[in-house]
Design a protein around this ligand. Structure first.
Ligand SMILES: NC(=O)c1ccc[n+]([C@@H]2O[C@H](COP(=O)([O-])OP(=O)(O)OC[C@H]3O[C@@H](n4cnc5c(N)ncnc54)[C@H](OP(=O)(O)O)[C@@H]3O)[C@@H](O)[C@H]2O)c1
Length: 430
């Protein structure tokens, strides 16, 4: 005889929400977006089992009126008062290295986990802060500091085998990418920069973006994370995008590609080759389609090549990533402390050999230019003439040789040569 089994009503499990008291270091663009998001997303947070409250925010001057102040219990310019509050997590969005470093150390030292969007801080002191977090059995998250809208760093942290990466190529600075994208439509640099600033995609002072400094800091933190190698961002070979003009982008298109603000690194046996600056990408390269303020990263990983593309910055995007980090910390049963692997210092070298995108000014035919370059052992794969310039894509040759050729030709003919690395679609190595 069959037993009759009555359908049981579904079990209703109501998890007890965890209250998270957030200390917010900074209430500027990102801090304000974060405070408003944390308050506005109360219901969604509760569904994730989190009751988040921004209990204090530290600013430089407490006199200014701040629209986001009503999303925070206390806004103060007094670090003593700020740190007297009990926090479950500290979110750091001050920017710069000091006093951010001292404040983050203070939080970690007190076993309070820290979430930050500050690439300058992590590039300069990421290793020391990770070691401290580990010693205090607490967490340090910096997902929002590099390609803020694409949460890939945390994913790799949870997957130690997948994160055995050998190299990466990336577009890490949205401002530079937006400028070069506009220049590829014939818009001059200054106009492109102004338009980017007006649309809120660039800081009023964009020096760090266009000089490559911002991308160098992000590359530094990625190299520490994936290669366990410590470098000073100032040691990276870095070229500003200001060396380019719209004719260069037109020539790149005629040669079957484009020019992008690239950060690239590859490593093996503890040695590192890396550079930051404009690079020629053939149209088939996955990053050639990353336009405007969008960022992208290609990782040459244990499971093959992987590509992540998405928004790189913006206060709202960054706030979402910060809040996700806070939620993850609140719901983690076991504190995910930073990796115990100790990174070691290394001086990066410029990639040893590459194909090059060359610009030669002056009234010279393509044949004369090819012969001149050939005389110095630099062989052209493709050439094009645009107005009074000749552009060439070379075969792979060392940076020293192409530099020597450029200097010799300048001395002999007075003609200055611009040399930009040309990446291949197939390999990460130039
Ligand atoms: N903006 C973005 O889209 C974006 C995207 C990703 C990552 N980030 C990173 O997020 C961080 C913040 O960027 P942001 O654009 O929000 O900067 P911001 O608008 O300049 O805000 C900085 C905040 O920190 C406060 N602050 C600065 N120095 C201080 C000090 N010595 N003592 C106390 N408070 C201080 C400022 O106080 P006052 O208000 O009194 O001046 C301000 O509230 C940076 O690390 C940035 O790289 C930004």
């Amino acid at each position: 005889m069959l037993a009759v089994v009555e359908a049981l009503p579904p079990l209703e499990v109501t998890p007890c929400p965890v209250t998270v008291r957030i200390g917010l270091l900074g209430l500027g663009n990102v801090g304000s977006a974060f405070a408003r998001l944390a308050r506005g997303a109360r219901d969604s947070l509760r569904e994730c089992g989190v009751v988040a409250r921004t209990t204090a925010a530290l600013v430089r001057s407490s006199e200014r009126h701040r629209p986001a102040a009503d999303a925070v219990d206390i806004v103060t310019a007094d670090p003593g008062l700020f740190f007297a509050q009990p926090f479950d997590v500290v979110v750091e969005v001050l920017g710069g290295v000091e006093p951010a470093y001292s404040f983050v150390r203070r939080a970690l030292d007190g076993r309070v986990p820290v979430v930050t969007a500050n690439k300058s801080l992590i590039a300069a002191h990421g290793e020391a802060l990770s070691v401290l977090a580990r010693q205090r059995h607490t967490a340090l998250r910096y997902e929002a500091s590099c390609i803020a809208g694409v949460p890939f760093l945390g994913t790799f942290e949870r997957r130690p085998f997948a994160s055995r990466v050998r190299g990466l190529t990336a577009v890490l600075n949205g401002t530079s990418n937006a400028i070069l994208t506009a220049m590829s439509d014939g818009i001059p640099f200054e106009t492109a920069l102004g338009n980017t600033q007006r649309r809120g995609l660039a800081e009023p002072d964009s020096t760090s973006d266009v000089s490559g400094r911002d991308a160098a800091e992000k590359l530094t933190l990625l190299i520490r994370r994936f290669a366990q190698l410590l470098i000073d961002p100032g040691d990276l070979y870095t070229e500003a995008i200001t060396v380019l003009d719209p004719l260069d982008l037109r020539a790149a298109r005629s040669l079957g590609g484009t020019l992008k603000p690239v950060a690239q690194a590859s490593w093996s046996d503890g040695s590192l080759q890396a550079f930051v600056g404009p690079a020629y990408l053939p149209d088939r390269h996955p990053l050639a389609e990353v336009h405007g303020a969008t960022n992208g990263i290609l990782l040459d990983g244990a499971t093959g090549r992987q590509c992540y593309i998405g928004p790189g910055a913006g206060p709202d995007v960054t706030a979402i990533t910060l809040l996700d980090d806070v939620c993850e910390l609140a719901s983690e049963e076991r504190v995910r402390t930073p990796s115990a692997t100790v990174a070691r210092h290394v001086t990066p070298r410029r990639p040893a050999e590459a194909a090059w995108f060359l610009r030669l000014a002056g009234d010279r035919t393509i044949q004369e230019t090819s012969e001149l370059l050939g005389a110095y052992g630099v062989w052209c794969a493709r050439t094009v003439s645009v107005e009074r310039r000749v552009y060439a894509l070379t075969m792979a040759v060392s940076a020293e040789r192409v530099q020597a050729a450029a200097e010799a030709m300048h001395a002999a003919t007075g003609c200055r040569i611009l040399t930009i690395p040309a990446l291949s679609a197939e390999a990460f190595e130039c």
